[in-house]
Design a protein around this ligand. Structure first.
Ligand code: 7PM
Length: 276
């Protein structure tokens, strides 16, 4: 299966690794805009060297409890990084945003994929995404980042996620987007308890009935820390790699990760098994 991504194509006949590039300001360095830009680009180039197929650039913290940032601030963070990486590397570039304006600008600056944790539910997002012609990843989230961990209740989390994604797929088709442009994501950690997240991981293959490529991101999330008893996010690498491998085993075509080199190496073992 291949997806047209602007002037490039994404070949999903083998699992792909999406490296996470967070452009929210680093509280440890106060070097200003240029230093932040340089730091972001360097990180992206390193992930590309390590074997990332896609770089996912985000400028809004969707961490549980995070407060919203202005659209302008998000654009000021993301677009310069996107343009600089575009000029320096031949890699697929994804933009993690819910902002219609940023979707439009990102496409103009050479983005290949849109990744929206709100599944194009913000005003104008559906039309803006449709107009870019780019593929879109639709993710499930219950509630909003500021409050989503306070009210995580599901009868059947897998059924709820599936129903939600199906309704967003239909909304996209009604906005004129063809199914060939869509990807789906269960949204690990977005308004779900650890128990819900593991139910989703265990039954991830049930999402395959929607007949769209599955993207999954559990890298360094609380569900990994709880299982491995690792409090600190940077100690969750091994658990995250194991989780990424399980996602692929259960049908994910793309895994969204912080630790690209480690994930690529783990997937090489799966590839060797599958080609035996
Ligand atoms: C702080 C904490 C910052 C958590 C960012 C996060 C996903 C995503 C994110 C995902 C897709 C993270 C999250 N998670 N997009 N964006 N799927 N498609 O852990 O699971 O990276 S943000």
């Amino acid at each position: 299966m291949k997806i047209a991504c602007g002037d490039r194509t994404l070949d999903l006949t083998q699992p792909r690794v999406m490296g996470i590039l967070n452009t929210t300001p680093d509280s440890f360095s106060d070097g200003g805009r240029f230093a932040q830009l340089d730091r972001g680009v360097q990180h992206a180039l390193r992930m590309i060297e390590e074997g990332a197929d896609i770089i996912d650039i985000g400028g809004e913290s969707t961490r549980p409890g995070a407060l919203p940032v202005s659209e302008q601030e998000e654009m000021d963070r993301v677009l310069p990084v996107l343009e600089k990486i575009r000029s320096e590397a031949d890699v697929l570039l994804s933009v993690d945003t819910s902002s219609a304006q940023l979707m439009t600008e990102a496409a103009r600056c050479g983005a290949n994929l849109l990744n929206d944790v709100r599944a194009l539910q913000r005003p104008g997002a559906l039309a803006a995404a449709a107009a870019t012609g780019l593929p879109v990843c639709l993710m499930h989230m219950q509630g909003q980042p500021a409050t989503m961990q306070q009210e995580a209740h599901y009868d059947d989390v897998v059924a709820t996620v599936k129903t939600f994604l199906l309704s967003r797929i239909e909304a996209c088709e009604q906005a004129g987007m063809s199914k060939e442009r869509l990807l789906i994501d269960p949204g690990f950690g977005f308004g779900k308890t650890v128990e819900h997240n593991y139910q989703l991981l265990n039954r991830l293959s049930e999402l395959q009935s929607l007949n769209l490529p599955i993207l999954a991101g559990l890298s360094r999330k609380a569900m990994i820390g709880l299982a491995t008893q690792q409090e600190k996010a940077d100690r969750r690498v091994i658990g995250s790699v194991a989780g990424a491998l399980l996602c692929v085993l259960h049908g994910a075509g793309i895994v969204r990760v912080h630790d690209v080199a480690e994930t690529v190496e783990a997937l090489a073992v799966m590839k060797a098994m599958r080609s035996s």
